[in-house]
Design a protein around this ligand. Structure first.
Ligand SMILES: [Cu+2]
Length: 361
């Protein structure tokens, strides 16, 4: 019998607001920013060795500098700007950094990478990021799995599974307590646990620390504290140490929503999002307002990359007649931020240039 040692991860992430001094300098400038909720450079069970591969793409016909910051798990990361590593990308160029934690910061373990590229004249600062998590100890290792990615539900039918819950922090100035619940298919709460996360950090824990009851299928719910003036993003990762197969599931933090989210329909066609881009204005969302975004294809099957900061898990495929609909509620800390997205489903010759952005005003 093949033995597997999957790892289940839950990660909560948040907006990283600028420091006070930065705020003054960049107050009126939208900032293109994103982060990879979890990167790894760590041994796992069964002789596995998990590392991340970070890819950054410059979609512009001019050189772009993207600055990467490292936020180690479990630490108070309010001073994260000291970890800045500028990465210069040539016009329409890209880079892949193997094991970025070790390569850029000499770090190991688990952490979060935050990336930003302030806009300038004629430059909206957008860029595209992908991070794969891979077991490199396996000579047959595949491409691993991109973070963030999408998977519905979680499975824990194998009693041999090890599990970790990981949380990635909110709020810049103080710790925040979030509640993680395991919900049965009926919607009943099977178990719950509170986690206090340091500022701008993450916490890892085992799902088996939430419940010792075995279950064959369940879902997780993450509830931020009512007073949180930021955003929390959760995800679960299941990594099979034997085969290197991995899966990551984004979890939407549950925030009670005011009824009547404002509807916005984004018309999707080869090779644009309207609104969104690249030759249409960005989707503009007002901070503090709930929206229902409807991605409506009028011609072919397209996809949408995720935006974890907004709780958008993305869609591998949507087509005419089956819209991708998502609720978002940008927070006031996100005002001024710009989040990029791309089509993730090959849709023709111009697919590579099919991207857009959401601007929080
Ligand atoms: Cu496409």
């Amino acid at each position: 019998m093949r033995r597997t040692f999957p790892i289940l991860l839950l990660c909560l992430a948040s907006t990283i607001p600028p420091l006070a001094a930065e705020e003054e300098r960049t107050e009126d400038l939208p900032t293109s920013a994103t982060y990879v909720p979890v990167v790894a450079s760590t041994p796992g069970a069964g002789g596995s060795q998990f590392v991340s591969l970070l890819s950054i793409v410059n979609p512009h016909p001019f050189s772009l500098t993207v600055t990467a910051y490292y936020l180690p798990g479990g630490a108070d990361n309010r001073g994260f700007r000291a970890t800045a590593r500028p990465i210069v990308l040539p016009a329409n160029g890209s880079t892949r950094i193997n094991d970025p934690m070790a390569a850029l910061w000499g770090a190991s373990g688990l952490g979060t990478i935050y990336l930003e590229s302030p806009p300038g004249p004629g430059n909206d600062g957008t860029f595209v990021v992908d991070s794969r998590l891979l077991n490199v100890a396996n000579p047959n290792a595949t491409y691993g799995l991109s973070v963030p990615a999408t998977l519905s539900g979680i499975r824990a039918s194998d009693r041999g599974w090890a599990a970790d819950v990981q949380s990635d922090a909110p709020d810049s100035s103080s710790p925040a307590t979030v509640r993680v619940e395991i919900l049965a298919e009926t919607g009943n709460v099977m178990a719950a646990k509170d986690y206090t996360i340091p500022p701008l950090s993450l916490i890892q824990d085992a799902v088996t620390n939430i419940t010792v009851t075995s279950f064959s299928h369940a879902s997780l719910r993450v509830t931020p504290p009512a007073s949180l003036n930021g955003q929390i993003i959760g995800y679960v990762a299941v990594a099979d140490n034997a085969t290197s197969d991995a899966a990551v599931s984004a979890i939407l933090a549950y925030t009670p929503q005011a009824a009547g989210a404002r509807p916005i329909t984004i018309e999707v066609s080869r090779y644009r999002f309207a609104p969104g881009g690249p030759d249409r204005p960005p989707i503009q969302l007002e901070a503090g307002v709930a929206y229902e975004l409807r991605f409506h294809s009028v011609d072919a099957t397209h996809g949408l990359s995720g935006i974890p900061q907004l709780g958008i898990s993305g869609s591998a495929a949507f087509s005419p007649g089956s819209d991708y609909v998502v609720l978002v509620a940008p927070t006031v800390l996100q005002r001024g931020a710009r989040f990029s997205f791309t089509c993730v489903r090959f849709c023709g010759a111009g697919h590579g240039g099919m991207y857009g952005s959401i601007e929080i005003i």
